[in-house]
Design a protein around this ligand. Structure first.
Ligand SMILES: NC(=O)c1ccc[n+]([C@@H]2O[C@H](COP(=O)([O-])OP(=O)(O)OC[C@H]3O[C@@H](n4cnc5c(N)ncnc54)[C@H](O)[C@@H]3O)[C@@H](O)[C@H]2O)c1
Length: 265
């Protein structure tokens, strides 16, 4: 069967973590050369070893994506080695759960830097190196929480709204260079970030059931579900799609919360 991403050079950030690692593996299995970054050296190396053992080609580096010089250096290194960059999946990010009154300015800024500034810097340097090729695709990982909120996550939810808006804005700015930009909005996905959030709740069993029952399809998303949506947006099959968001949440946002629906009646 024909592969989805043959010989495409794709940078994946957050490649040590759940969605990023699964995406890197999936893109590699679909024929891509994957350039992997994360802050965490050991788990990043685990992703690299797994892909290499399956015959995939990788390049990797530990990068703090909030530091522009580090981002620029890694992207330059990838471009110098392969002569091109075809795509970016900007997946790295941090979670956050505190009330508004508990949130100091410094914590708010830290979440914005990790979730918004890092994405901006990656897109900026991808564009710098991709524009002359007149083609390419950038996929930014936002969240369904860009559209609907949970309590006590304001910095995170604001950051994901910003990522969704940024994908539209960059689609406009990069369109002339033939570079498409889209967002993927995952629902609750079974990754270390989500498992930590569930574990920190007062009743983890109930919390897990709460997330599972929200979807029409049932259960949590798996990292592969997000990887496959991103893979489509990075592929030439999505050549006419730009400036939009694809929600991968098992139908959660499509359904009115049952308690609310009963109140309406
Ligand atoms: N898991 C979910 O339920 C869910 C839902 C919606 C959106 N998302 C989003 O998907 C993305 C991936 O989430 P995940 O669940 O796989 O999380 P994860 O914690 O497993 O992975 C995130 C990775 O980003 C890396 N990272 C954070 N800051 C960085 C920085 N400054 N420089 C380099 N790397 C950095 C971390 O080291 C980590 O490996 C995140 O943007 C998250 O907000 C996740």
């Amino acid at each position: 069967m024909q592969k989805l991403l043959p010989n495409k050079v794709i940078i994946v950030t957050g490649a040590a973590g759940g969605i990023g690692a699964a995406s890197a593996e999936y893109f590699s299995a679909q024929g891509a050369i994957v350039a992997l970054t994360d802050l965490q050296a050991d788990p990043l190396q685990q992703t690299v070893r797994k892909i290499n053992s399956q015959g995939g080609e990788t390049i990797s580096a530990v990068v703090d994506l909030c530091i522009e010089e580090q981002v620029a250096n890694f992207f330059n290194q990838v471009h110098a080695k392969y002569g091109k960059i075809d795509g970016l999946m900007a997946c790295a990010g941090v979670g956050y759960q505190q009330t508004v009154l508990e949130t100091e300015a410094e914590s708010f800024s830290r979440v914005m830097e990790a979730n918004v500034l890092s994405v901006f810097l990656c897109c900026k340097h991808a564009y710098r190196l991709m524009q002359s090729a007149q083609s390419g695709s950038l996929v930014l990982i936002a969240s369904r929480l860009a559209h609907a909120a949970y309590p006590n996550m304001t910095p995170y939810i604001a950051s994901k709204g910003a990522v969704l808006s940024m994908s539209r804005s960059l689609a406009v700015d990069f369109g002339e260079a033939g570079i498409r930009v889209n967002a993927v909005l995952p629902g609750a996905t079974e990754t270390p970030m989500q498992i930590k959030e569930i574990a920190q709740s007062d009743n983890p069993v109930e919390a897990r059931r709460f997330f599972e029952n929200q979807t029409i399809i049932g259960g949590l998303a798996q990292p592969q579900d997000i990887a496959q949506a991103a893979g489509f947006l990075l592929s030439d099959n999505s050549r006419f799609i730009t400036g939009t968001g694809v929600t991968v949440d098992g139908g959660c946002l499509a359904r009115i919360f049952e308690g609310a629906a009963q109140k309406e009646i």
